[in-house]
Design a protein around this ligand. Structure first.
Ligand code: SF4
Ligand code: SF4
Length: 472
C-alpha cells in the first residue's frame, strides 16, 4: 500500500522535491539549453562578474590587495582598508548590515541574487553547463549519451568533460585561495612546487575536488538542500515579493490548441518547454517553489512560445503572487518599510564607526598578579602591560604618556624611551611602570590616565587604577 503525503496547503507538489524520485533515487536533471534576451543579459552580467572575481586578487592599492579575507591569520582588507581582530565589533556590524541588506532585497525582489549573481549559479550555468552543452550536446543528446553503453564516443566525451571540469575546479580553488592568503603567496606556492608545501598542496587538492563534485555531481542539490539562503526563502518571501511567476489567471485552463476548433482555454498551450529548460527540474506553473532559483530561463522559453502563437509575452514573468492574482502592483509594504528602516539605522551606525575609526588601537591593563613595588628611591610603582596596533599601511610614531595623576612618571620596562616607531600594520607589546612619590598616595586606589599619541595626535586616553597602601 503506498502512502502519499499531503502538504498542509493540499498542493501535492509541495510534499516532495524535484530532485528525488518516488523510489528515493536522484532525479538527474537534463535541462534544455536556454536561449533568449534574459539569458543573454545574464551571460553578459556573469562575464563581467567573473572578470571581477578572477582579476580581483591581482587588483592592488599602494601595493596591497584590494580584497583579502585571511581568516587563518585574522587579517582582512576590504576595498584597500585593513581590518584587524580588534575591529571585530565593526566587522560583526558590517556582516549584520549585509545580512539585513540581503533580507530587505529578498523581501522586495525575491531570489534575484540566486539567478543573477550567486557564484554557484554563475559557475554552474555559465561555465560548467556551457562546457557540457558544447561536448555532449543539448538535453536529449545528453540523456541519450548517458543511456547508451560505454563505447569510444562516450569515453571521449565523458572523459574530456570531466578533465575540463577538474581543471576549472582547480582554477576556481586557486582564485578563492588568492582571496584567502593573497595572490603573491599563491604565486610563491606554485613557484616552489607542491613538495615544498605539502600541507597546503593537499588542502588545495581537497578544495578543488570539492568544487569539482559540486559542479559535476551535486549541482542543484547545493541550492535546494545545502544553501542556507535558499532554505530561508520560505521565511523571507511573502505574496508581495517579486518572483519568477506564472500568470495562472491568464494561462489557465491550459491545453493544446487545435486549429479551427473553438476552445475555452487560457494562454498556456501546455508545451512544457518551461519545464524542460528548468535547471532544477520544476514546473513553475505549480507556483513559487523552494527549488526555483529565479534563473529566468522559463521566462525566455515561454516568451518565445507566446511570440509564436501571437500572444503577448509575460505569461511567465517577474511579478508578485499578489500582482498575478489581483492585477494590482504593490511594491511597498509595511514589512519592507520596517526592514529598510532597520537597514538605514545599521548603515548610519556603520558609517559613523568607519569614519571615526582610529588609525591606532591600544590597550593598557595593570599587569595581572602584581600589586605595587617600591623603587630604589622609595617611590611606589605599579606595572602595566600595553599593546598598540597600527591599523594602517603607514608607519606611525607612537608616544605613551601618563597624564593623571599629576606628578606621576611613566618608565618603560623593556625599552628606553616611551616614544617608538610602529611599522605598517605592525603591533607592539610591552610593559611600563607608573611611579608616584609616596607623599602623593592619598588613597589605595588612585585613578590613572594614560594617553597613546600617534604622529602627534592623541588616539586614546585609557583609564586604569594605581594601587598602593596609604601611609598615615
Ligand atoms: S512554456 Fe509557457 S505555454 Fe509552454 S507550458 Fe510553459 S507556461 Fe505553458
Ligand atoms: S522555474 Fe524558471 S526561474 Fe525557476 S529555476 Fe526553473 S527555469 Fe529558473
Amino acid at each position: 500500500m503506498s502512502h502519499q503525503a499531503i502538504a498542509p496547503s493540499g498542493e501535492k507538489y509541495r510534499d516532495s522535491i524535484s530532485l528525488v524520485d518516488k523510489g528515493g533515487d536522484r532525479n538527474w536533471v537534463y535541462p534544455k539549453k536556454p536561449k533568449g534576451p534574459l539569458y543573454n543579459g545574464r551571460t553578459w552580467f556573469s562575464i563581467s562578474l567573473m572578470v571581477l572575481l578572477f582579476a580581483g586578487p591581482f587588483l592592488k592599492l599602494n601595493g596591497h590587495p584590494l580584497l583579502l579575507l585571511n581568516v587563518l591569520e585574522r587579517k582582512f582588507i576590504i576595498f584597500g582598508i585593513p581590518f584587524w581582530p580588534q575591529d571585530l565589533p565593526l566587522f560583526a556590524l558590517l556582516m549584520l548590515t549585509f545580512v539585513v541588506f540581503i533580507i530587505v532585497f529578498t523581501v522586495v525582489f525575491g531570489r534575484v541574487w540566486c539567478g543573477w549573481a550567486c557564484p554557484q549559479t554563475i559557475f554552474m550555468e555559465m561555465l560548467f553547463r556551457k562546457i557540457e552543452y558544447w561536448i555532449e550536446g543539448d538535453f536529449k543528446a545528453q540523456k541519450k549519451l548517458d543511456d547508451q553503453p560505454w563505447n569510444t564516443e562516450k569515453i571521449i566525451k565523458k572523459g574530456g568533460k570531466h578533465i575540463l571540469f577538474y581543471v576549472l575546479a582547480v582554477f576556481i580553488a586557486n582564485t578563492f585561495l588568492s582571496y584567502l592568503i593573497g595572490v603573491d603567496e599563491v604565486e610563491k606556492l606554485i613557484a616552489d612546487g607542491p613538495m615544498a608545501h605539502l600541507g597546503k598542496f593537499f588542502a588545495l587538492l581537497i578544495f578543488s575536488t570539492v568544487f569539482y563534485f559540486v559542479f559535476a555531481k551535486f549541482r542543484e542539490i547545493v541550492c535546494i538542500v545545502v544553501c542556507p539562503y535558499g532554505r530561508l526563502q520560505g521565511l523571507m518571501l511573502d505574496k508581495n515579493s517579486i518572483v519568477v511567476a506564472y500568470d495562472f489567471v491568464r494561462g489557465e485552463p491550459r491545453g493544446f490548441r487545435k486549429k479551427g476548433v473553438e476552445q475555452n482555454l487560457g494562454d498556456c498551450v501546455d508545451c512544457k518547454r518551461c519545464v524542460q529548460v528548468c535547471p532544477t527540474g520544476i514546473d513553475i506553473r505549480n507556483g513559487t517553489q523552494l527549488e526555483c532559483i529565479n534563473c529566468t530561463a522559463c521566462i525566455d522559453e515561454c516568451n518565445d512560445v507566446m511570440q509564436k502563437i501571437n500572444q503577448p509575452k509575460g505569461l511567465i514573468r517577474y511579478a508578485s503572487q499578489e500582482e498575478v492574482s489581483s492585477g494590482i502592483k504593490k511594491r511597498i509594504t509595511t514589512r519592507s518599510v520596517a526592514y529598510v528602516t532597520i537597514l538605514l539605522v545599521l548603515m548610519s551606525i556603520l558609517s559613523y564607526l568607519l569614519l571615526t575609526r582610529r588609525a591606532v588601537e591600544s590597550t593598557v591593563l595593570r599587569t595581572p598578579g602584581m600589586l605595587h613595588q617600591q623603587q630604589t628611591d622609595g617611590r611606589i610603582s605599579n606595572m602595566y602591560n600595553f599593546e598598540v596596533v597600527n591599523k594602517t599601511f603607514n608607519a606611525q610614531q607612537i608616544e605613551v604618556k601618563v597624564i593623571e595623576p599629576a606628578g606621576a612618571e611613566l618608565k618603560m620596562v623593556d625599552r628606553e624611551k616611551s616614544t617608538f616607531d610602529l611599522g605598517e600594520d605592525g603591533l607592539v607589546k610591552g610593559s611600563f611602570f607608573i611611579i608616584l612619590p609616596q607623599d602623593q598616595i592619598k588613597s589605595n586606589n588612585i585613578k590613572t590616565k594614560v594617553q597613546v599619541i600617534s604622529n602627534g595626535e592623541v588616539m586614546e586616553t585609557i583609564e586604569s587604577t594605581f594601587v598602593a597602601p596609604v601611609k598615615f
